[in-house]
Design a protein around this ligand. Sequence first.
Ligand code: NAD
Length: 401
Amino acid sequence: MSEAWRLLLLPGDGIGPEVSEATEAVLEVAAAWLERRSGRGVAVRRGWIGGAAIDRWGVPLPEETLEAARASDAVLLAAVGGPRWEHLPGHLRPEAGLLALRRELGVYANLRPATVWPGLEGRSPLRPEVVAGTDCLVVRELTGGLYYGQPRGRGVGSGGEIRAVDTMEYSADEIRRVAHVAFRAARRRRRLVTSVDKANVLENSRLWREVVSNVARDYPDVRLEHQLVDSAAMLLVSQPARFDVLLTENLFGDILSDLAGGVVGSLGLLPSASLGDGGPGLYEPVHGSAPDIAGQDRANPLGMILSLAMLFESSFGAAWLAAELREAVAAVLAEGWRTADIAAPGARLAGTREMGRRVARELERRARAGEAGPDARAGRRSGAESEPVDSAARPHMAAGA
Ligand code: NAD
């Protein structure tokens, strides 16, 4: 039997531990299925980050967590931050732990899918007919550009007034490697890459456009179009369904990925993956620690559960399991179950835990039906409500720190 995949789970702060617990219910079922199918299970370790780490260790990213992250195949993080730690200096705040983890893992490509789930078109602030069918993936460069360029800081100008400087800098290599990520992703999707820049003004963008166009030659089966960031923003709200993969640099990606998220509805539904070369991937829901609803069993765990699906696909090579997991989520939504953030009046309300249990149960049912053969699979949806998930049995998940 192969050595188990190593997964580091970082629950963090606020609603983080709640959505983590709900996701673990799904992870148990998924890991068991993966082990039965591939002979390779999942060993889960838990660690501390953010405010929880500050309270325990005095720093937002303890060395122990960083070592565990480096030694893992994938890191699944819920959320960090909260008012309790806001008085601390910047480098000691919870968010600094997350930024340091991204940097230390060298995850330069941030992938954020934004999908309108059937039945949730009404959650979008846009008209349902505009948003219907939206299913795009923003690939954002995560470790370069304005957020990291030097020099940066404040100084005094010749007239004595205070001035601030940030530097936007990209090397061709930095652009090339993230472009390959986008083109590879497009091959698994609808084979369209929209590269977003500001090439009519910025020298960085002119290099971006040149390098992306060169990379495109390696992918003749993928269509490439270029779009200026201002018109891309306009098109994202007027015709969101026209996009497949949007490839862009750090600052534009920061803004456009939130815009795409806003277009499809609740923050609680959005997953993300951050990938580098060879090292562990970092998977997180897009939302923060939501202190306003923490501890109330009201948080939507689907963003983290869908991040787990991305993890199985990109870090554990199990695209089939990611697809099953997404279908399990779709089935639970199709049954009408909603957490409060996505509920219309009269919906079947589920708390965080129950939503996790329902997805886990649906996945378990799919596993049993799949293993029993196509006939059982066709009839798998009958008797759904009565099958329990055996949360006590975890032979496939090794206990961790
Ligand atoms: P937030 O994402 O935590 O919350 C914004 C709004 O969305 C709130 O009304 C919240 O209740 C709601 N919401 C968020 N996630 C939800 C979920 N899963 N289900 C239902 N509703 C959900 O953003 P914020 O309020 O700006 O920030 C709160 C804290 O989180 C801050 O300390 C911030 O720094 C931190 N933060 C962390 C991350 C991260 O860990 N990646 C990201 C963003 C913000």
